[in-house]
Design a protein around this ligand. Structure first.
Ligand code: ADP
Length: 285
């Protein structure tokens, strides 16, 4: 098991009039190599949860084990946690600051006290992993790039720390459709080709349906649903009650089903819908 979260409670401003229970006994296990989407309405506790996973926040109670190490234990160094868990914040490109892409990506590894050779190798690997050609991009300023490319540089900076687990908070937010697809493809590649454990925080049910193997739904600081996209997206009522929805295309195919068309209940992506509709049309010919 890669991550084990036990009875995690986080209370902001405890014992003050503004006390807020942001996480209420969250229990979650994530296996090596899983691709988990974390979804939930604003304020449901997603960012509080992920910030515990890389040591930015300390639990009020409960504990978290990553790769066999209790990261909430006294004496655990933040740098050790960050070697295990990489966190890509929302709009990570705002945190790019160096004058060249290479310098930006090597910033994290440099802080780990690695040799120059190892730092260089990590930059090469990280750029390859996010699909940026080293020679072409190393000396460019990150600020010359498009939104999607900037984001890739920011992700490469986190990957260069070579974490086992990569958490991405809304990685497609604010990108145009092409940029969104590219980033999603890159993330999928990190998962499939490099076997990274991925936790993706997302508002987009379409994105989630396309790439996640497991969906965890949070509401009011608790995990309320957990399972494959097929299992979770069957719970339309529960999802709608907490301000979420199933993918748009699922509403369409379910409406067709209600009208008597022989179409699967479990269609969550455009390509699945396309295939099912073509089958229907062919059958009716
Ligand atoms: P999400 O990421 O799902 O939007 P958050 O983890 O940001 O949810 O928030 C969970 C709850 O904790 C919300 O009610 C939010 O208002 C509250 N909260 C988040 N950050 C803080 C903070 N720094 N101080 C006080 N309350 C906070």
């Amino acid at each position: 098991m890669s991550i084990e979260i036990k009875d995690l409670v986080h209370i902001y401003m405890a014992k003050s009039p503004f006390e807020k229970v942001a996480l209420n006994k969250v229990n979650l296990g994530i296996k090596d190599g899983e691709f988990v989407a974390l979804i939930g309405h604003t304020g449901s506790g997603k960012s509080t949860l992920i910030q515990h996973l890389n040591g930015l926040l300390k639990p009020t109670s409960g504990n978290i084990t990553v790769d066999g190490t209790d990261i909430t234990a006294k004496g655990v160094k933040l740098s050790d946690i960050r070697k295990k868990v990489g966190l890509v914040f929302q709009y990570p490109e705002y945190q790019l600051f160096e004058e060249t892409i290479e310098k930006d990506i090597e910033f994290g590894p440099r802080n780990l006290g690695l040799t120059e050779e190892e730092i260089h190798n990590r930059v090469l690997r990280a750029m390859k992993m996010v699909g940026l050609d080293y020679e072409e991009y190393k000396d460019k300023s990150p600020f010359e790039l498009s939104g999607g490319q900037k984001r890739r540089v920011a992700i490469a900076g986190v990957i260069a720390m070579e974490p086992k687990v990569l958490i991405l908070d809304e990685p497609t937010a604010g990108l145009d459709p092409k940029g969104r697809d590219e980033i999603l493809e890159q993330i999928e590649k990190l998962h499939i080709e490099y076997n990274m454990t991925i936790i993706l925080v997302s508002h987009s049910m379409e994105d989630v349906a396309k790439i996640a193997g497991r969906v965890v739904v949070m509401n009011g600081g608790e995990v309320i649903l957990d399972g494959t996209p097929a299992k979770v997206f069957r719970e339309i009522e529960t999802l709608e009650n907490v301000g979420l929805a199933v993918p748009q295309v699922t509403y369409l195919t379910r409406a067709l089903r209600e009208k008597g068309f022989d179409i699967s209940e479990d269609i969550f992506t455009i390509s699945q819908a396309k295939e099912a509709l073509l089958t229907l049309i062919n059958k009716s010919k």
